[in-house]
Design a protein around this ligand. Structure first.
Ligand SMILES: Cc1cc2nc3c(=O)[nH]c(=O)nc-3n(C[C@H](O)[C@H](O)[C@H](O)COP(=O)(O)OP(=O)(O)OC[C@H]3O[C@@H](n4cnc5c(N)ncnc54)[C@H](O)[C@@H]3O)c2cc1C
Ligand SMILES: NC(=O)c1ccc[n+]([C@@H]2O[C@H](COP(=O)([O-])OP(=O)(O)OC[C@H]3O[C@@H](n4cnc5c(N)ncnc54)[C@H](OP(=O)(O)O)[C@@H]3O)[C@@H](O)[C@H]2O)c1
Length: 277
């Protein structure tokens, strides 16, 4: 006869405890290739808005399968938010895209990264240049009080192939503008400093084209009423996109006279990869 097991014993066999486990609290699917999710925050985790951590699941071999992920929530939030691609044959995201509230993921509590305020010299206008999931670190920084304390104006550009891929960012900014708790935290009218500049490249939308081209031909400055373009004395920038995008934007910013900075050597702009390959 089969031996009876207590419920706790049976559950323990079904759900082995993961190292550095955090619980999935919420999942939202935006398109066939994009989703966002929230997990519990380890009590020990301190991070600066804009940093990334390693997260993942247990692989089929029983070993952690981890990837770098920008934390999309701000440093003061009780929960951690992530904004993710779904790569259908990707080792991690082919599985991660199926997580549900109550599931566990692995999160190594060692935040790092260059898209942090400390890596920039003081300035007046801050540009966030994102493509695709490169919006994630700016979702964090757009909810960080220091962003509004340090700058008079924050311009966030987001370039995606299709309109639906802009929706996570669009809703996030709309929610920031309406959030009374944030207004209390950061001061009434703080969100008036945000200027949102979304563009698409492969589907019709009010503003089409790669942001790199729109910067080079001056369209961005004309649209936003900025005279004299980007200036090294006043303008600071953070960049997050594919390797090709980062390479092209870096060249443009350097033409404007900005220099790339780092945590240990703050300058006028900083760059981080949104993914490799
Ligand atoms: C510093 C850093 C921060 C990152 N932050 C995020 C983040 O916040 N959100 C996120 O979704 N990914 C992020 N990534 C990418 C992430 O680490 C993984 O590559 C991604 O989760 C896919 O994992 P995978 O194992 O399924 O496929 P992988 O084997 O890692 O990737 C397979 C291929 O899919 C493509 N790809 C991977 N990630 C992306 C992406 N984000 N957007 C478009 N194409 C992609 C590339 O062509 C890549 O070669 C970050 C990467 C780095 C280096
Ligand atoms: N997102 C999708 O619908 C989709 C669908 C199938 C497969 N994939 C695969 O997923 C991977 C990533 O796709 P993704 O769309 O998330 O990221 P992506 O290829 O980096 O493109 C994101 C946005 O950035 C723009 N961009 C790319 N390189 C640029 C550069 N050098 N300068 C300025 N702008 C640049 C793209 O414009 P352009 O359109 O002009 O390149 C697009 O609007 C790719 O390997 C792709 O083949 C994506």
């Amino acid at each position: 006869m089969t031996e009876m097991k207590s419920v706790t014993e049976a559950t323990a066999v079904k759900a082995p405890v993961l190292p550095d486990a955090q619980t999935v609290l919420d999942v939202k699917h935006w398109t066939d290739s994009l989703f966002s999710f929230k997990v519990s925050r380890p009590a020990s985790l301190r991070f600066r808005s804009g940093e990334f951590v390693m997260i993942g699941l247990l692989g089929d071999n029983g070993k952690p399968l981890l990837r770098a992920y920008s934390i999309a929530s701000p440093s003061w939030d009780e929960e951690l938010e992530f904004y993710s691609i779904k790569v259908q044959d990707g080792p991690l995201t082919s599985k991660l895209q199926h997580i549900k509230p109550g599931d566990q993921i692995i999160l190594r509590p060692k935040p790092v990264g260059t898209l942090v305020h400390d890596a920039l010299l003081p300035g007046k206008r801050l540009w966030f240049f994102a493509t695709g999931t490169g919006f994630a670190p700016f979702a964090s920084l757009l909810r960080e009080p220091q962003t509004y304390e340090d700058y008079d104006e924050i311009i966030i550009t987001h370039t995606c192939r299709e309109v639906a891929e802009l929706e996570y960012g669009r809703q996030l900014i709309e929610n920031i503008r309406q959030d009374e708790m944030l207004a209390e935290l950061m001061g009434e009218g703080f969100a008036d400093k945000i200027r949102y500049y979304p563009t698409t490249t492969r589907e019709e939308s009010p503003k089409m084209g790669r942001i790199t081209e729109l910067l080079k031909d001056g369209t961005v400055f004309a649209d936003l009423g900025i005279e004299g373009g980007i200036q090294a004395e006043t303008d600071r920038a953070m960049v997050c996109g594919s390797l090709a995008f980062n390479h092209d934007i870096k060249a443009i910013l350097e033409e404007f006279g900005l220099r790339e900075g780092a945590n240990s050597d703050p300058k006028e702009f900083v760059i981080e990869k949104a993914f490799v390959g």
